[in-house]
Design a protein around this ligand. Structure first.
Ligand SMILES: *Cc1c(COP(=O)(O)O)cnc(C)c1O
Length: 387
């Protein structure tokens, strides 16, 4: 359906029809997988807008239109992974530029910043972005980019996107929000003043744990032109089959997210009342320190949560991690099936222990990606594993 017509439609209608136009040659209702590397030209430089598949591919183009629609943006760009999308954003910068970023974010983002880009002379300042004044205090004339993630992984901290956007606008920096955990169903950062939204499409957008992919969505034409130039010049593009999978995933995003949220709420309350559980990190609790902001900027509270046992040792956590039967012990999140994860040794192992613990990510922390199975089975499984 035409993206302009979709703008005023409700979320579910948008997700189902975004990027989907019947194939002009056959009428196929689903976008074909254009498995081709190049396109025939009628004469030199006479083509139909498609020259070489690193630069353009019709399946990818349909997905990129869909990405823009679902995040209420003008432009979408698809990348071969979430970190490739992040990589493209940092390549907007030059040596000497400074980035202000959250001190509690995806381990792979931290690794990319510290281990790859610092040596190119880009400076990263890590601050607690849940207090916007920390971002203001970190600004210098060299600040070019603010990078936030909300809710954060795995501690479910909430940053006020509109407040940071106001600071960014005044400072003339670019604000990029990693919206992977919330998904466009729960939160739309561009509407709150962000310049770029980043997704690991691997997670909720794909939704079935069968694809690695990333996305950037923006409204500004010049930002889009620069990021498209980086996309085609650096070449981290997804293949057409993977684009097809994410296009298909997006069609059920609203249905899946509602179920993730419902199950997340049930599991969060179950764990909170469990005598062996110490803390539960879930942004839907009214006593969560940024509950009011979560309520203001998110439609619901999602399917991600973390918890610690009263015995916060690796041994006690390992017992739970290896005793679940419905939850599988694995990295990643956002699929229809439930996953259990040990951030300290798995997803966040690349963050030095001292740094980790300082930010509240203890050795015993357990992270859950709540799937859309029946809630009773999830609760039973945790009950048996915790003992
Ligand atoms: C998984 C993830 C990424 C990285 O995405 P990949 O698709 O694995 O490259 C970035 N941010 C968050 C919040 C993630 O969960």
């Amino acid at each position: 359906m035409n993206p302009e017509l979709l703008r005023n439609k409700k979320t579910g209608t948008k997700f189902i029809h975004a990027g989907a136009e019947p194939d002009p040659t056959t009428g196929a209702i689903m976008t074909p997988i254009y498995q081709t590397s190049t396109y025939v030209q009628a004469g030199p430089a006479q083509h139909k807008g498609y020259e070489y598949a690193r630069s353009q591919n019709p399946t990818r183009a349909a997905l990129e239109t869909a990405l823009a629609v679902i995040e209420n943006g003008k432009f979408g760009l698809a990348f071969s992974s979430g970190v490739a999308a992040t990589d493209a954003v940092i390549k907007l910068l030059a040596p000497g530029d400074e980035v202000i970023c959250a001190n509690d974010m995806y381990g792979g983002t931290y690794r990319l910043f510290t281990k790859v880009f610092e040596k190119f002379g880009i400076k990263f300042k890590y601050v607690d972005t849940t207090h916007p004044e920390n971002v203001s205090a970190a600004l210098t004339p060299n600040s070019k980019l603010i990078w936030i993630e909300t809710p954060t992984n795995p501690l479910m901290n909430i940053t006020d996107i509109a407040a940071i956007a106001a600071i960014s606008k005044q400072a003339g920096t670019i604000l990029c929000v990693d919206n992977t955990f919330a998904s466009p169903y729960l939160q739309n950062p561009l509407d709150l003043g962000a310049d770029i939204v980043m997704h690991s499409s691997t997670k909720y957008l794909g939704g079935h744990s069968d694809v690695i992919q990333g996305a950037l969505i923006m409204n500004d034409q010049s930002l889009k032109d620069q990021l498209y130039f980086i996309q085609k010049s650096c070449g981290a593009v997804p293949g057409p089959f993977d684009c097809f999978l994410v296009l298909r995933g997006i069609k059920t995003l609203h249905v899946r997210m509602k179920a993730h949220c419902e199950n997340g709420k049930i599991v969060a309350h179950y764990l909170r009342n469990h005598p062996k559980v110490d803390k539960v990190f879930w942004c839907g609790f009214e006593d969560h320190h940024n509950y009011e902001i979560a309520k203001k900027q998110m439609k619901d509270f999602g399917g991600m949560l973390s918890f610690t046992l009263k015995d916060d040792s690796v041994e006690a956590a390992t017992k739970v991690l290896t005793n679940t039967k419905v939850f599988s012990l694995a990295e990643s999140l956002g699929g229809v099936e439930s996953l259990i994860n040990h951030p300290a040794s798995m997803t966040h192992a690349s963050i030095p222990r001292e740094e980790r613990i300082k930010n509240g990510l203890t050795d015993g922390l357990i992270r859950l990606s709540i799937g859309i199975e029946d809630a009773e089975d999830l609760v039973d499984d945790l009950k048996n594993a915790i003992g």
